[in-house]
Design a protein around this ligand. Sequence first.
Ligand SMILES: *[C@@H]1O[C@H](CO)[C@@H](O)[C@H](O)[C@H]1NC(C)=O
Ligand SMILES: *[C@@H]1O[C@H](CO)[C@@H](O)[C@H](O)[C@H]1NC(C)=O
Ligand SMILES: *[C@@H]1O[C@H](CO)[C@@H](O)[C@H](O)[C@H]1NC(C)=O
Length: 159
Amino acid sequence: MKGFTALFLVWTLLSPDSGGGEAWPTHTVCRDGSLEVLYQSCDPLQDFGFSVDQCSKQLKSNLNIRFGIILREDIKELFLDVALFTKGSSILNYSYPICEEDLPKFTFCGRRKGEQIYYAGPINNPGFEVPEGEYQVLLELYNENHSTVACANATVICS
Ligand SMILES: *[C@@H]1O[C@H](CO)[C@@H](O)[C@H](O)[C@H]1NC(C)=O
Ligand SMILES: *[C@@H]1O[C@H](CO)[C@@H](O)[C@H](O)[C@H]1NC(C)=O
Ligand SMILES: *[C@@H]1O[C@H](CO)[C@@H](O)[C@H](O)[C@H]1NC(C)=O
C-alpha cells in the first residue's frame, strides 16, 4: 500500500513535458496469462493511480481496488461514465453514480478540491466473464457541475 501511494505521488507530481501534446505514461492495472488491462490518464492536468487485487477474465464480484488522486474539483456528487468500444465501434455506454448527496457510497464523498484521496477497498461490481477480444474503454469521473475530476482511456486485451 505504501509503495502504491509513493508511486502515485510520483505520477501526479511529474507533469508531462511542457511542450504540450505529450501523453501521460501508460500504467498496467493487471496482466496475467489471458487478461491485460492498461490505462492512460486523458486529463491534460494530471495522472492518477489505480490498481486491482485480482486479474482474471473470470471477474469476481466486489473487487478490491486502489485508487489515488488529487482532486481538482469538489466531489459532493461524483459520477462515472464508461464507454466501451471494440474495433472502433461503440458497444456500451454506462453511467454510474458514485457519490450522491443523499447516498454517499464511499468515504471520500464530499471531499474538496485540492485534497488527496486514496481509496483501497471493495467496489460493488457484478462478477462476469470478460469475453475474448480487445476493447477500448473511456472513463470519465465528473462532479455535479459536469467538471472533470479524472479521465482515462484504457485497453483491455482478453485472450
Ligand atoms: C489512449 O489513447 C491514446 C490516443 O488515442 C492512444 O494512443 C493510447 O494507446 C491509449 N492508451 C491506452 C492505454 O489505451
Ligand atoms: C457547482 O456550481 C455552483 C454554481 O456555480 C457552485 O455554487 C457550486 O459550488 C459548484 N459545485 C462544485 C462541486 O463545484
Ligand atoms: C454511446 O454514446 C455515443 C456518444 O454519445 C454514441 O455515439 C453511441 O452510439 C453510444 N453507444 C451506444 C452503444 O449506445
